[in-house]
Design a protein around this ligand. Sequence first.
Ligand SMILES: NC(=O)c1ccc[n+]([C@@H]2O[C@H](COP(=O)([O-])OP(=O)(O)OC[C@H]3O[C@@H](n4cnc5c(N)ncnc54)[C@H](O)[C@@H]3O)[C@@H](O)[C@H]2O)c1
Length: 447
Amino acid sequence: MSTEQKGGQKTAVSSLEPAKGKLGVMVVGLGAVSTTMIAGVEAVRRGLAKPIGSLTQMGTIRLGKRTDNQSPLIKDFVPLADLNDVVFTGWDIFEDNVYEAAAHAAVLDKETLAKLKPYLETIRPMPAVFDQYYVKRLNGTHVKKGKTKRELADQVIEDIRAFKKTVDRVVMIWTGSTEIFLEPSAVHQSIENFEKGLLANDPGIAPSQIYAYAALSEGVPFANGAPNLTVDIPAMICLSKKNAAPICGKDFKTGQTFMKTVLAPAFKARMLGVSGWFSTNILGNRDGEVLDDPESFKTKEESKLGSLEYIFQPELYPDLYKDIYHKIRINYYPPRGDDKEAWDNIDIFGWLGYPMQVKVNFLCRDSILAAPIALDLVLFLDLAKRAPELRSIGIQEWLSFYLKSPQTAEGLYPEHDLFIQSMKLKNTLRHIMGEELITHLGLEYYD
Ligand SMILES: NC(=O)c1ccc[n+]([C@@H]2O[C@H](COP(=O)([O-])OP(=O)(O)OC[C@H]3O[C@@H](n4cnc5c(N)ncnc54)[C@H](O)[C@@H]3O)[C@@H](O)[C@H]2O)c1
């Protein structure tokens, strides 16, 4: 990759493929988050609303020096798929079309949905790969049948191949439910073991992994909005690299963890100690109902607990963070629907150990926060697939910005600090476009 000067402008000369033609998005799980994303994309396409919360649609990126005054929109700087070229399809264990599913989720108001109804009704789910053993609180009827997990994977591969005939490129995203907590086992250690496990119906292989296997086998990038183990295993990382199908970590970073990864770096930057962090939530959507099952909650809890440990680095700062009591509670409370309420009580201490408290009360809308993240992940994964430098590296760590559980190369600790993640994301975009990276050193202004 190189850059050249053209009319005073730096022009990237790269082998990044353009975003030509249609981008097909295969959505696993047509629930609250995904229907809000799909309806939102259509509302934006029709000029009914703005894509607020989406970095790909609204964000800018500074190029060159602060005095250069050059901050194009990200979507004008890198070749992202245009929203008008995005085509959706998906799977669910219920037969509801996207209009019906969105109405059931009740995130968007009836008026907005009515305007979008003719379009949303056209998206009908394909039968899903599902097994209640992995999501105890759901019982779906719109499911694929097969004697082995291999047969089910082959059916998903057929779905992907059929969809590929109608579009130019494909990305898959899991917006399905949180599955029970699974630990990596022998079946996850290599592609060979995994494929044997598919034939043997190994219980270590969850439905989300059958979709991911199908996607990665077909060279289709895969994002995971839930905390499920899914691609966080050597077999999937190998498959991702082998077939140039990018992956990127798991679990949308939306509400409480989003706030945690903003506040914790601030306390650490100022060397303020933390003795306790108690987080509790109430939510009443289907996600809340699924998380009411202890086995699904355990998966979510693990994903949420990680961030503070990594940000505070207690091994480097034992006086400040060695004894943090970190507790997370999620309570299913139907009256609130998708309107979650989260409370954080943070016990901090300062100069000479004097204690203080910070209280955060976040009244958020879960799916309104998650929908733009799902969209950005899809668009950036499609970009990664077209970027020669990124497509075959497997894990796209630069997308950690969006996720509660970033995925990293073996031996690397994950970076959870939102602002470091944001810098990494933007520098990756500058890098693939042949632009200079921004370090924020800034000494040149004082020469
Ligand atoms: N909303 C947020 O802020 C947020 C944040 C982080 C993570 N998440 C995760 O995103 C996921 C989706 O959240 P949601 O609020 O849309 O949940 P939801 O319950 O409304 O939607 C999930 C959908 O997936 C379907 N499903 C379950 N298993 C499936 C399978 N094997 N194949 C196909 N479809 C399947 C369900 O029928 C349902 O329609 C959850 O795992 C949730 O934990 C959400």
